[in-house]
Write a protein that binds this ligand. Structure first.
Ligand code: B1M
Length: 211
């Protein structure tokens, strides 16, 4: 079994105690950190989601897989993040109200940070008003990112964008949206400024939007 496959299996099976050493070993062996993330851990979460959908595993197993992935990402962080934090200004990010998924949002935050932004992370289950408050409290922030992982929280994403627009903050910030159920068409329909499918594309787009 390849080292990356080994990492995927550890995440799938929620082996929290073994993941740190396995990721370190893979990095030391010269595996590409992006491949460890994408082909190892993110791919494993796809498998976990599939098993959940098929009723082969349940919420506790999903939770422990998520915990394992988070630990693995901690080890990878120094290899993924750059050292130019803050030169591009502030980026406010959060997962929308009603939604507790934060792994994708955290990866977006990590890549945005490595693209030179100072990230203000509002966490998960963030009410629309909190996004507005954060924008007003940070007049130098130029971008807001909102993440939604459930089809049932797409409405909440739409509401977040609406509340931001209604609060008149669009003259200050551009709004980026993303998450598995979100599409370019949906982003356009709710008035977001940008949609990106993954964390890497979000970082590239963020730099483009402030240019
Ligand atoms: Co949940 N969950 N979950 N879950 N969970 C999904 C999303 C699901 C697809 C599983 C499935 O059924 N196959 C399903 C949603 C189905 C749907 O809506 N159609 C689901 C469900 C149903 C639920 C619950 C309702 C289960 C229940 O209680 N019965 C419940 C809801 C809780 C809530 O939020 N209110 C729930 C709970 C949980 C846990 C708490 C157990 C756990 C989350 C732990 C955590 O995040 N701290 C969890 C997990 C782990 C998953 C899966 C398995 C993995 C999610 C993940 O981390 N993926 C997931 C299945 C799957 O994704 N295949 C599933 C890896 C991550 C890197 O990908 O988050 O998509 P993702 O992020 C990507 C892109 O989407 C994008 O970039 C990232 C990668 O580069 N992106 C952005 C994300 N945000 C972006 C923002 C941007 C741009 C790009 O710009 C701002």
């Amino acid at each position: 079994m390849s080292k990356i496959q080994e990492i995927a299996t550890l995440v799938e099976n929620g082996k929290v105690k073994l993941i740190e050493a396995a990721v370190k070993e893979a990095v030391d062996a010269g595996e590409d950190p992006s491949a460890i993330l994408n082909d190892g851990m993110i791919a494993a979460m796809g498998v976990v989601g599939g098993k959940f959908q098929a009723n082969e595993i349940f919420v506790p197993e999903m939770l422990v897989a998520a915990k394992t992935m988070k630990k693995g990402v901690e080890v990878l962080k120094p290899y993924l993040a750059g050292d130019s934090v803050g030169k591009n200004g502030k980026y406010i990010i959060g997962t929308v109200a009603g939604d507790l998924h934060d792994i994708g949002k955290n990866l977006v935050a990590l890549m945005i940070e490595s693209a030179g932004f100072e990230v203000i992370d509002l966490g998960v289950d963030v009410p629309a008003d909190k996004f507005v408050e954060a924008v007003k409290a940070n007049p130098d922030a130029k971008l807001v990112g909102a993440s939604a992982l459930l089809t049932t929280t797409m409405d909440s994403l739409a509401n977040t964008v609406k509340v931001l627009i209604d609060a008149g903050v669009k003259s200050q910030v551009k709004i980026m949206v993303g998450g598995a159920p979100v599409t370019q068409e949906f982003a356009d329909s709710i008035g977001a400024d940008a949609y990106t499918p993954d964390a890497g594309a979000a970082a590239v787009k963020a730099v483009e939007l402030i240019a």
